[in-house]
Design a protein. Structure first.
Length: 353
């Protein structure tokens, strides 16, 4: 088992693109770590640089405390699963799984027992003699995982391993992957552009933008307290409300009213961006005391057990989730309130907390 230490890492392609742009990161031994960010932000490049498939332009990569920055991929002790699985079409499942062992000249009998054991772990019983084309997408994905695990790497690098599965299978595979990772206890870096997947799976999440880290924390931290408006926008299945506001003596004024807020060193009168999640707003139809925003319901969307209600507050649209049975009809006058610790104030220019 092993941790990963990345320091001052930059990966620049020959065309001049700085795909990884000065990044520091530590992944703990046995941790399930998610790298999350929009398409093109450098996730695959970072993973490939850890694996040694791209060479670092600046900085260092350490695995299990050893500097592997200039070590060839096969000697770094990493196992990688690619987005498209990269199975060998002419080989059986069993041969695919044990290919890395064959390269290392492990005896055929040993390979057969590893294929059997890993196949069991990944629910591939009865499929070992098939070829990849005879498998479903979910089965192919498990063969790719089995091959990575059978190679006995110290760290497992997964590049969007669930993105080619349909929605239902993706949920099943996600649960399976989380359990497998905990059972094996192998240090895992999981790349995804899907915030829900990262929140569900990871012990910690790093959010990337343009080759840089924008926030690193537990799923709870990045969801409840995004440290900048980029992360605030990116995390959450309903988008965070980001409203223009002005700091007042006991909170912050926004279109349609005010909210309580911890203003700290921000002076009264300062213009800010107010961040509040739809899940953290309370909608009432009667009177309330204290700071509140008044508006009228525009539309409500059913999300299952919850509804997302859009409220027009003097020209600004604010989203709020309510239990599905409390969904108000369009035109209803409503009042929105929030508790002080849920209201985040971002610098209007930099977007930082
Ligand atoms: P992600 O996996 O987050 O979608 P990538 O690491 O694939 O991002 O890409 C990061 C940036 O590097 C993008 O701007 C992409 O166009 C560029 N890029 C990726 N691969 C190469 C390459 N082989 N040569 C030049 N530019 C590349
Ligand atoms: Mg990618």
């Amino acid at each position: 088992m092993a941790g990963i230490d990345i320091e001052g890492l930059a990966t620049v392609y020959p065309n001049g693109v700085r795909a990884v742009d000065g990044l520091d990161l530590t992944v703990a031994d046995g941790e399930f770590f998610a790298l999350l960010g929009p398409s093109g932000c450098g996730k695959t490049t970072l993973l490939r640089t850890i694996a040694g498939l791209e060479s670092a332009t600046e900085g260092t990569v350490r695995i299990d405390s050893a500097d592997v920055t200039r070590t060839e991929p096969g000697k770094r002790g990493v196992a990688m699963v690619f987005q498209d699985y990269a199975l060998f079409p002419h080989m059986t499942v069993s041969e695919n799984i044990t290919y890395p062992l064959k390269v290392r000249r492990v005896a055929a009998a040993t390979r057969a027992s590893v294929a059997e054991k890993t196949g069991d772990e990944l629910s591939l019983q009865g499929l070992l003699e098939r070829r990849p084309a005879q498998l479903s997408g979910g089965q192919q994905q498990r063969v790719a995982l089995a091959r990575a695990i059978a190679s006995e790497g110290k760290v497992l690098l997964l590049d969007e391993p669930l993105s080619n599965l349909d929605a239902r299978l993706r949920l099943e595979a996600r649960t399976f992957l989380k359990k497998l990772q905990k059972d094996l206890g192998i240090t895992t870096v999981f790349v995804t552009h899907d915030q829900a997947e990262a929140l569900a799976l990871a012990d910690r999440i790093a959010v990337m933008q343009s080759g840089k880290l924008r926030q690193l924390g537990s799923p709870r931290e990045v969801f409840a307290r995004p440290t900048n408006t980029f992360v605030a926008n990116f995390i959450g299945s309903t988008p965070m409300n980001l409203l223009p506001g002005t700091v007042a003596s006991h909170g912050v004024s926004v279109s349609g009213g005010s909210l309580p807020a911890t203003t700290g060193s921000v002076p009264a009168g300062a213009e800010v961006t107010v961040g509040i999640r739809p899940e953290y707003l309370t909608l009432s139809t009667g009177d309330v005391s204290g700071p509140a925003i008044r508006g009228s319901v525009v539309v409500a969307e059913n999300l299952g057990t919850q509804s997302l209600v859009t409220v027009d507050c003097s020209g600004t649209l604010i989203g709020v989730t309510v239990p599905e049975e409390d969904e108000p009809s369009p035109g209803t006058p409503v009042v929105l309130t929030a508790s002080e610790q849920r209201v985040l104030l971002y610098d209007k220019e930099s977007g930082e907390l």
